[in-house]
Ligand binder design. Structure first.
Ligand code: MRU
Length: 357
């Protein structure tokens, strides 16, 4: 099927889970059926499905697939053995990518549902059906949260603004609609004249390949730049605001997002431009006090040496390839969640904003 207006990247059709292979965008909208835990894990690992909320949704569906396959192959499995097998499957999924907390958050949520259903020591007849409902709820709630983030953030934007974004925090990275891109979609939908500047986002080009694809389909005016152009663009006075997503936000408001986000935030501060993070509550990790505790994924050196699959440099080139960086809370003008817009300082106030203890 063609992409939906919300760019939903992962969905359930009957008993099947489908993803769009984001590695092939914008060239082709290629749908892939995911039938096993290992193929789901591989899809997450290789960024066929990517973006913090989207990999959380993938984790939830992956857990449901695990339950279905286990009970289909071993109908006599008792509750304790089933729980142990499901925890093992959750570990496979959890270990695919370390930085975005949404993946672990979704798997913990699925584990709690399974534990509650198995608490009597029996496997209820509707066990897999109820896990399917739980997985679907994660996807549906994410789309709802994105729409609320969009509405809250759009109120910040004045007609006529040019806004810079980094990476892809659009529908493709979420349950649909997007976080940072959700804000831009909502502003555009309410008739505000905006222009979006899109950082290429080396090494994998999520901005160049995916954000431009979404903006093109949403008919939102945009211009693509390479990452190194952001400073000049800001100095020229052509940027009024920066909005990005996040993969994990610590309790003090430090936000980890795609590599290069920190540089953009520093540049924005230097030029007096407000820098915002847009993310759902599932991206906030209140168990970590600061961003220094957030694990940063390091990925294959070939992502740097073979840009977009082009010829590699000579093999001996030493490479450092962290996929994410941390933007200190002091550089973040506000964090936009489904609960509204929260300005810093965030310590103590972020938890209250989310209604957490
Ligand atoms: O490595 P990726 O493509 O999964 O990284 C994605 C990002 O860094 C996004 O900005 C983040 O997940 C927010 S998505 C709403």
């Amino acid at each position: 099927m063609p992409p939906t207006p919300d760019m939903i990247p992962i969905w359930r059709q009957g008993d099947d889970i489908w993803i769009v292979d984001q590695r092939r965008l914008p060239g082709s909208w290629h749908e892939v059926r995911i039938a096993t835990v290992e193929t789901m894990a591989e899809a997450i690992r290789t960024l066929a499905v990517r973006g913090a909320p989207a990999i959380g949704i993938a984790g939830g569906y992956g857990y449901w697939i695990a339950a279905r396959l286990l009970l289909a192959e071993h109908p006599q499995l008792n509750a304790a053995a089933l729980q142990a097998e499901l925890t093992a499957a959750a570990t496979v999924l959890r270990e695919t990518r370390p930085t975005a907390v949404n993946l672990g958050w979704a798997l913990d949520r699925m584990e709690r549902v399974a534990q509650a259903l198995l608490a009597t020591g029996e496997v209820p007849a509707n066990f897999t059906a109820l896990l399917g409902v739980a997985a679907q709820a994660i996807a549906d709630e994410d789309l709802t949260m994105c729409r609320r983030i969009g509405a809250a953030g759009a109120a910040l934007i004045q007609s006529g603004e040019a806004i810079l974004t980094h990476c892809n925090a659009g529908g493709l990275a979420t349950g649909g609609y997007g976080t940072a891109l959700g804000v831009l979609r909502a502003a555009h939908a309410t008739g505000k004249a905006i222009h979006v500047y899109v950082d290429e986002t080396r090494p994998l080009g999520q901005g160049a390949r995916l954000t431009t694809y979404e903006l093109h389909h949403a008919r939102i005016p945009y211009t693509l730049i390479t990452d190194s152009m952001a400073g000049s663009l800001m100095a020229s006075g052509r940027i009024q605001r920066v909005i990005t997503g996040a993969d994990r936000i610590a309790a003090n408001g430090d936000a980890v997002n795609k590599i290069g986000t920190y540089s953009v935030a520093v540049l924005a501060r230097h030029h007096g431009i407000p820098f915002h993070i847009a993310a759902p509550s599932s991206t906030v990790d209140l168990s970590l006090m600061t961003g220094a505790a957030i694990p940063i994924e390091e990925r294959a050196t070939t992502e740097v040496t073979a840009p977009y699959g082009a010829a590699e440099y000579f093999a001996e080139v030493p490479v450092w390839n962290p996929a994410f960086d941390c933007t200190p809370a002091t550089l973040i003008a506000s964090i936009i969640t489904e609960q509204g817009v929260l300005e810093g300082p965030y310590i103590g106030r972020l938890a209250a904003h989310l209604g957490a203890e």
